[in-house]
Design a protein around this ligand. Structure first.
Ligand SMILES: [Zn+2]
Length: 290
């Protein structure tokens, strides 16, 4: 298991880690978002005053309204991994994924594709998988987080595989950026100078996830299936062009595409025959992929 510097106070990152806190005043309403996370769960809160109740966690991964101190309403959004992918309960060939050393792009992409396929088999989301690895001295990689499409089960359009993996990696490392470039993130960057993280995804990112990749701080993006493979079964990847990848590369993110494309596209094709293409537009193109 990779090391982490995210221990803090009596909370430890493996159990509960407060990963972010921000406040903004808009129209007289104060919005505070905070996250409490384990590797498998990220909770985002919106509340309309400073009262809070940290005990109201039913752990079901669903969006809830809860009544806080003084009768205020707390909105809670949770991101959870399916049981088969959770570190504490992983099975079906995933139990050793955090303990392994990964030596090649193909090994790492194989994991992302297996996640995409198993997510469909188990009925825990759409046919997209993603992983974030840390590149270690000596060239091998270690797994930091996994993600898979959780849009329908968790009723959240932002939970594409890449976004889940990015958020859980940042929760684990207690940082808003995975960039180890000196000067990025300032005192709030807990990653440390020189560390490098790479995002592997079973399908080229949609417009949202390309943006998420850019802001995540990863130093490398590796993709399997293409946006055309996703669009061929009805998913819309949004406004993505070759210029999108050029933008990433100009920002210092190395991009490699078409790694094990055929295997990943096969998962998409099988899903297209049996699966739910959500948010399908009247034109026949769905509103979201990833
Ligand atoms: Zn996406």
């Amino acid at each position: 298991m990779p090391s982490s510097s995210a221990s803090s106070g009596y909370y430890h990152w493996t159990t509960v880690a407060i990963i972010a806190s921000l406040a903004a005043a808009t129209g007289g309403v104060v919005v505070i978002a905070s996250a409490i996370a384990s590797r498998r769960r990220l909770r985002l809160r919106r509340r309309d005053d400073e009262h809070d109740d940290d005990d109201d966690d039913d752990g079901d991964g669903t969006r809830n309204d809860r009544v806080g101190v003084g009768g205020t309403t707390t909105k809670v959004v949770e991101i959870t991994l399916p049981e088969w992918a959770d570190e504490t309960s992983a099975h079906d060939g995933f139990s050793d994924m955090y303990a392994r050393r990964y030596e090649s792009d193909e090994e790492m992409m194989s994991l992302a594709i297996r996640i995409s396929e198993h997510n469909v088999t188990m009925g825990t989301g759409g046919p997209f998988g993603a992983c974030i690895f840390e590149r270690k001295d000596g060239g091998h990689c270690e797994l930091i987080s996994v993600g898979m499409n959780r849009v329908v089960p968790l009723r959240n359009s932002t939970l594409h595989g890449e976004m889940v993996a990015i958020q859980l990696a940042q929760a684990r490392l207690n940082t808003f950026t995975l960039s180890g470039v000196d000067g990025i993130g300032g005192d709030d960057n807990n990653v440390g100078v020189g560390r490098k993280f790479e995002l592997f995804t079973s399908c080229e990112p949609c417009a949202m996830c390309l943006g998420g990749t850019l802001w995540s701080g990863v130093s490398r993006l590796v993709c399997a299936a293409t946006k055309h493979d996703a669009q061929s079964i009805g998913f819309d990847e949004g406004p993505v062009s070759e210029g999108s990848y050029e933008h990433l590369e100009n920002a210092g993110v190395e991009v490699r595409r078409n790694v094990m494309r055929d295997e990943a596209a096969g998962v998409l094709r099988r899903y297209g025959e049996i699966g739910l293409i959500y948010n399908r537009c009247p034109s026949g193109v769905s509103a979201s992929g990833g």
